[in-house]
Design a protein around this ligand. Structure first.
Ligand code: AMP
Ligand code: ZN
Length: 114
């Protein structure tokens, strides 16, 4: 996707702070952190939402969760507690239309979420 900010980060056309990367996914620091630790786990392949991933591409989920798990261990977020969030659509607050999982940690999180 030519004008997708996360595709541009994946193609190294715009800078980012990479925490983890492998052949299928990257994890970067969020530019506008909402917690002391705020990372974004992003599959290299562009889909707007998880429901758009076709059956033949379902390894995307496995590799994305592996990237999250590795990040949690590297950053020791398991010791602090962490929250994972995926926003889809305007009403849920999605602003970048490329699947990404927010990894938030380092403060208390409330339930239900706002
Ligand atoms: P969402 O609102 O769920 O679509 O989340 C998009 C997230 O991407 C927001 O938390 C933004 O702060 C973050 N973001 C947007 N542009 C960049 C960028 N160039 N580098 C890192 N994070 C970004
Ligand atoms: Zn994209």
């Amino acid at each position: 996707m030519d004008d997708c900010v996360f595709c541009k980060i994946i193609r190294n056309e715009i800078p980012s702070k990479k925490i983890y990367e492998d052949e299928s996914a990257i994890v970067i620091s969020d530019l506008n952190p909402q917690a002391p630790h705020h990372f974004l786990a992003i599959p290299r392949k562009h889909f707007a939402g998880i429901h758009e991933v076709p059956g033949e591409e379902e390894t995307l989920f496995e590799t994305l969760f592996r990237a999250i798990s590795e990040t949690v261990k590297r950053e020791k977020l398991n010791e602090k507690g962490y929250r994972l969030v995926i926003n889809y659509g305007e009403k849920a607050g999605q602003t970048v239309h490329h699947i990404h999982v927010h990894i938030l940690s380092g403060r208390e999180f409330h339930w239900p979420p706002g």
